[in-house]
Structure formats: structure tokens, C-alpha cells
Write a protein that binds this ligand. Structure first.
Ligand code: GDP
Ligand code: MN
Length: 381
């Protein structure tokens, strides 16, 4: 789950990171009031969950409350990378001398969080990594020891930060680490962290990505989720405890177990097909879950076939088969289905399904090939 800039910066502020004064507005009039309150030059910033807002015209400076009102109206009518702008942040404008990048993410191969910094801030870090990788300084953080003071100093030295800023930079780096650790984030980023013309460090932009699987530990953060920007089918899936990720292929996948779901997608690809989704309906395959999952899969207009890959362990194959039939009956669809069923009572299950005129398969290879053939329109019984 991604947090908006204003949410990220407010969260950072709790950890002692300096941020500009400001508030969010949902309309131009509010924006004008906030600009009046702030009194000085302000910056109007589109709150959408994508990078590069600046380039897209979603960040503008205003010299008066009237100009703030006008620019806010403009920005609120924009779409940035397909996302409608519903809120703008009005911040006191900073006069910027220098832009720095500072961020933390997980380095999976090092199995540790890594803090990265660069004197080439403002631009996206992926671009710096490609064009000038020598400008990125990295330190790995031992999760048990936390970020050490000397590591923060190493970073400050590595990006040639003037020495009089080192102490406050150390506090910001440590605050960012604490914010990252305590929220179970997978990314916490300040880009840019600026040196103002008054020689202060200030976090002008903020971005956080939280680990969805740890959100249950952070109800206050989970509440900030912006449903406007999520795929409706993914929101629906979450309601039923299904793990669903929409993809752009044409074979819908109904699978119990995350590993099995990944394998199913790989096999479809291997034989030249393209999965329409990742879906883990969890253990067993109750009629209720299968029904909910089937509805979600069928809302995708690209889907031409649904491939079931169900491993019956504790749940017996014949029960699964009856569950599938009940679900189809309820959803009322003519979508072709290919079903691979293995495990306890699999044979009985397959019999029930083929009696109901469904395409069944014994092996995953067989199932994938049949699903691809059906999708291409050249399946022969
Ligand atoms: P992003 O484009 O989505 O990453 O949004 P940012 O908040 O990082 O803003 C992009 C750029 O706009 C920054 O790198 C700055 O150069 C500029 N900018 C943002 N806020 C201010 C501000 O308060 N004053 C000035 N002068 N420039 C700003
Ligand atoms: Mn930025």
C-alpha cells in the first residue's frame, strides 16, 4: 500500500524530520484559504500515487492566494498517468539551493534494509542508478542494531554534504530509519531532501510503501488507504480474503495456494499463453470463495477461459467439484472452464465435472495446453 505525499511527510514529521508547513485541499477555495494562512509563496502539489508529478505539471508555485486558487483549480482538473487528482497539498514554498535523495528499501539479495543517498536529488533514483551509479551511496542496516551514527556520517561524507549539516542529517537519517522500521515499510523515501537558501534541511517530497501483509499491525496506517487508485477487483478480492492481482492476459486462473498459483502462471507462459491474473483462494475451495473469485475473474473483459488448478488435500476432490458446480450455477456463465483437480478423491471429482460437460485435466501441463487451445479457439475434445 502506497501513502500519499502529505501522509508520508506527516508520518516522517513524527520522527523529527523537518517538513514544510502545509495542508491538503479538495477544492480551489480551500486552497486559497490555506495559501492565505501560510501567507507567503506556496507550492501547489497534486496528490496522486505516481512519481514525476513535477514533469506532468502537477506541481506549481504560486505568489498569491488568488494564484494558488487558480492553479489548484487547474491541477484538480488534471489526470496524471491516468489517475484523477482529487486532492492538492498546499505547502509553504521552499527556496531551494540543493536537492538530495535519501531513501530506504529492502535489498532482498543482501537480506537487509539498505539506505541510499545521492547528491543528485530531485530526479528519480532509477534514472541516477542508470546514468550515474557512482553518485549513489549505500549502507546496509543490520535490522537488530539499527542505523548506526557512523553509517549516517559515512553517507553524509559520501554525498559531500557540508559538515555543518551532518548533525541534523544524522537525525533525519535516523528518523527515516525509525519511520521505516516501525511501519513495516518496504520503501521510505525523501526526494528531494533540500538545503534551503536559509541553509536548513527540509523534506520537500515524501513517499512510503507499506507491506500489505503487515498492515494488520498498523490499523491507523491501513485506514489511510486510498481506494480511488486501486483496481476495483482487487478491493473486492480483499473483502473475501482472496489474494488477487490483475494482469493483462486472457486466461483467468483459479488456484488454491500462492506457490501453486505462481506455478500455474509459469506453465501457462511456458506453453505460450498469458495469465489474466494471480489468484490464491486459500486452503480448500469452498463454494462461497470459488463463487466470489469467479465473479471477480469474470469482470475482466479480456478473459476468454478460466483455468482451475485445485489441490484437494484436507478438502476432498468430490466436494471441490460440487463447490465448483454450485459456484458456476450461481454465477451463470458460459465462459469455458478447464479444471485440473488432484489430491484425495480427485477421480470422483473429475467424474462429477466431466458429467457436467466441463473440460478436465489430470496434469498441469495438460490443463495449460487445453486452456491455451480453448483460448485460441482450436480446442478439440
Ligand atoms: P515529484 O515530481 O512527484 O517527485 O514531486 P516533488 O515534490 O519531488 O517535486 C518535484 C520538483 O519540484 C522538486 O524536485 C523541486 O525541484 C520542485 N519543488 C517542489 N517543491 C518545491 C518548493 O517548495 N519550492 C521550489 N522552488 N521548488 C519545489
Ligand atoms: Mn519527488
Amino acid at each position: 500500500m502506497k501513502l500519499h505525499e502529505y501522509q508520508s511527510k506527516r508520518f516522517f514529521a513524527k520522527y523529527g524530520i523537518p517538513i514544510p508547513k502545509g495542508r491538503v485541499a479538495a477544492n480551489a477555495e480551500e486552497a486559497k484559504h490555506i495559501a492565505q494562512e501560510l501567507g507567503d509563496r506556496v507550492v501547489i502539489k497534486a496528490q496522486v500515487l505516481v512519481g514525476g508529478r513535477g514533469k506532468a505539471g502537477g506541481i506549481r508555485l504560486a505568489k498569491s492566494p488568488e494564484e494558488a486558487e487558480e492553479l489548484a483549480a487547474q491541477i484538480l482538473s488534471m489526470k496524471i498517468k491516468e489517475l484523477p487528482v482529487r486532492k492538492v497539498l498546499i505547502d509553504e514554498a521552499a527556496s531551494i539551493d540543493k536537492e538530495i535523495y535519501l531513501g530506504i528499501t529492502n535489498d532482498r539479495s543482501a537480506r537487509k534494509p539498505v539506505m541510499m543517498a545521492s547528491s543528485a536529488g530531485g530526479v528519480e533514483i532509477e534514472d541516477v542508478a542508470r546514468d550515474a551509479p557512482e553518485k549513489i551511496v549505500k549502507v546496509y542496516i543490520d535490522p537488530l542494531l539499527g542505523l548506526r551514527d557512523y553509517q549516517a556520517r559515512d553517507i553524509a561524507a559520501g554525498i559531500d554534504l557540508p559538515r555543518d549539516h551532518w548533525r541534523i542529517f544524522g537525525q533525519i537519517a535516523n528518523g527515516l530509519w525509525q519511520a521505516y522500521r516501525e511501519s513495516d515499510a518496504t520503501l521510505a523515501e525523501i526526494n528531494p531532501l533540500v538545503i534551503t537558501s536559509e541553509d536548513q534541511l527540509l523534506a520537500v517530497d515524501g513517499k512510503m510503501v507499506l507491506d500489505d501483509n503487515a498492515l494488520f499491525r498498523h490499523p491507523d496506517l491501513a485506514e489511510m488507504r486510498d481506494l480511488d487508485v486501486e483496481d476495483p477487483s482487487e478491493i473486492e478480492a480483499r473483502k473475501y480474503g482472496l489474494v488477487f492481482i490483475k494482469l493483462d492476459g486472457d486466461i483467468g486462473c483459479m488456484v488454491n495456494g500462492a506457490g501453486l498459483a505462481m506455478t500455474t502462471m509459469d506453465i501457462i507462459k511456458l506453453f505460450g499463453g498469458s495469465p489474466a491474473n494471480f489468484l490464491d483462494i486459500g486452503g480448500g475451495a469452498s463454494a462461497e470463495k470459488v463463487t466470489a473469485a469467479l465473479r471477480i475473474i469474470l469482470t475482466d473483459p479480456n478473459v476468454k477461459t478460466v483455468l482451475f488448478n485445485i489441490f484437494g488435500g484436507i478438502t476432498r476432490g468430490d466436494e471441490v467439484a460440487r463447490g465448483i458446480l454450485a459456484a458456476m450455477n450461481e454465477v451463470q456463465t458460459r465462459m469455458p472452464m478447464v479444471i485440473r483437480l488432484v489430491g484425495t478423491n480427485a477421480e470422483e471429482g473429475r467424474q462429477i465435472l466431466s458429467d457436467a460437460d466441463m473440460i478436465t485435466a489430470e496434469t498441469l501441463t495438460d490443463a495449460a495446453k487445453k486452456a491455451i487451445a480453448v483460448t485460441k479457439g482450436d480446442y478439440v475434445q
